[in-house]
Write a protein that binds this ligand. Structure first.
Ligand code: GDP
Ligand code: MN
Length: 395
């Protein structure tokens, strides 16, 4: 799970990684104004207003702004709430006492699957796109794999100092940056994080090295080791579309994809195979939906309603292999669902195989519903669904 900045900073803070003085998490311009006033009363009139979305480049997108007064903080908040940062809508803002910046650096530690270990990346060039720096001036980016012994026992201070020295950090920042790096790695291990990125790591105008930004990913497989894991999942931060939200509420196994052919199948394996046959037929899936074991009219209607509520869906492929599930009942379920849903302007291609498949197909054929097309094989069904989707897209 990815954390937003304020959460990453909380996690840094409790592990001794230096961060700015605590900010206030806000959901309305009123709250932002009050937070800025509270911070100003604490002696720092300058605040920074920061969009909390799980996406980098917030500064460039207008999601990070300095404010000299509570009124200005409020005005910034009004422009930042609702902002679309590469598809992530801003619902939460962090108001933080602004830090005075002398210099900006880059520091990250990530779990490198290919290298089967941790990798430290550090550069004198921070606050900018590090991949761009790595392309144009790779010598400015130090990439240091950690040794197995370091992975187990922790990063020795002299190694940390060596890394930040080779990254060309200035003398004034070296000791503090080395200490910070040692703590950052300890934090990564303690919290089961797979990534901790600080861009920028700054030298403040009063000579302190602190993490001004925080991007942290936690390993969901280790959730059981952390009692507070679910608490990171905060309302307003996850970007969830209407269908995903509805599926979650109804306990339906649904994954949103990018294409325009809706897919419903019984069993995750069959749904995945459906994605493949749709791709083979030259189409792209709009979603992955596993209707599970029983495919009653209600389940079918609920699942179909969900998929059809997505405007991107131009045709639907229903792929059912009857085992315990009986295809004749599925066929009735599909027809019942169509009745419940009323007028729909999209075609459903239904492939039934396995238990009572013939009876199921006969039911569909006899019903002769204008939008329900029975198909005997998966390949045939996929081709038809892709063709129907293309026809609707062209119309
Ligand atoms: P990002 O654009 O999503 O990476 O957001 P950052 O948190 O990294 O902020 C972007 C930039 O805004 C930083 O590189 C800083 O230059 C600037 N910035 C952020 N916070 C502060 C602050 O407290 N004081 C000052 N002076 N600048 C800040
Ligand atoms: Mn940043």
């Amino acid at each position: 799970m990815d954390l937003v900045e304020y959460q990453g900073k909380q996690l840094f803070g409790r592990n001794g990684v230096p961060v700015p003085p605590p900010g206030v998490v806000c959901r309305t311009p009123d709250e932002v104004e009050a937070a800025a006033r509270q911070i100003a009363d604490g002696g720092n009139p300058l605040t920074v207003i920061k969009a909390q979305v799980k996406m980098g480049g917030r500064g460039k997108a207008g999601g990070v702004k300095l404010a000299k007064s509570p009124a200005e903080a409020r005005a910034h908040a009004e422009s930042i709430f609702g902002l679309d940062i590469k598809g992530h809508i801003v619902h939460v803002i962090l108001v933080e006492p602004a830090s005075g910046i002398d210099q900006e650096y880059y520091l990250s530690i990530l779990h490198d699957r290919v290298g089967k270990g941790y990798l430290v990346i550090c550069s004198r060039e921070g606050g900018v796109d590090i991949e761009e720096v790595n392309r144009t001036n790779p010598a400015a980016v130090v990439k240091e794999p950690l040794l197995p012994s370091e992975t187990v026992d922790g990063l020795p201070r002299e190694r940390a100092l060596d890394i930040v020295t080779r990254a060309n950090l200035p003398a004034a920042a070296l000791d503090q940056a080395a200490d910070l790096l040692v703590k950052l790695f300890a934090a990564l291990k303690a919290e089961d994080a797979t990534l901790a990125e600080i861009n920028p790591l700054i030298l403040t105008d009063d000579g302190r090295v602190i993490a001004l930004d925080a991007k942290v990913s936690l390993d969901g497989n280790a959730a059981f080791r952390h009692g507070d894991y679910d608490e990171w999942d905060v309302e307003g931060i996850e970007v969830v579309d209407e269908q995903t939200r509805a599926a979650k509420a109804a306990d339906i196994a649904y994954v949103r994809l990018d294409g325009d052919v809706g897919i419903l199948g019984n069993g995750a394996g069959l749904v995945m195979a459906s994605l493949d046959v749709v791709a083979q037929a030259g189409g792209t899936a709009a979603n992955f939906l596993d209707i599970g074991g029983g495919a009653s009219a209600e389940t079918m209607a609920e699942s179909l309603r969900l998929v059809l509520s997505d405007d991107r869906v131009n045709a639907v492929l229903v792929n059912v292999f009857g085992g315990i599930t009986q295809c004749d009942l599925v066929a009735q379920g599909v027809l019942g669902a169509m009745e419940q849903l009323g007028d729909i302007d999209r075609k459903l291609v239904v492939r039934l195989d396995g238990t009572n498949a013939e009876a199921g197909r006969r039911i569909l054929t006899e019903a002769n519903h204008p939008n329900v097309i029975p198909a005997a094989t998966m390949a045939e069904a996929a081709e038809r669904a892709v063709a129907e989707a293309a026809a609707r897209a062209a119309a």
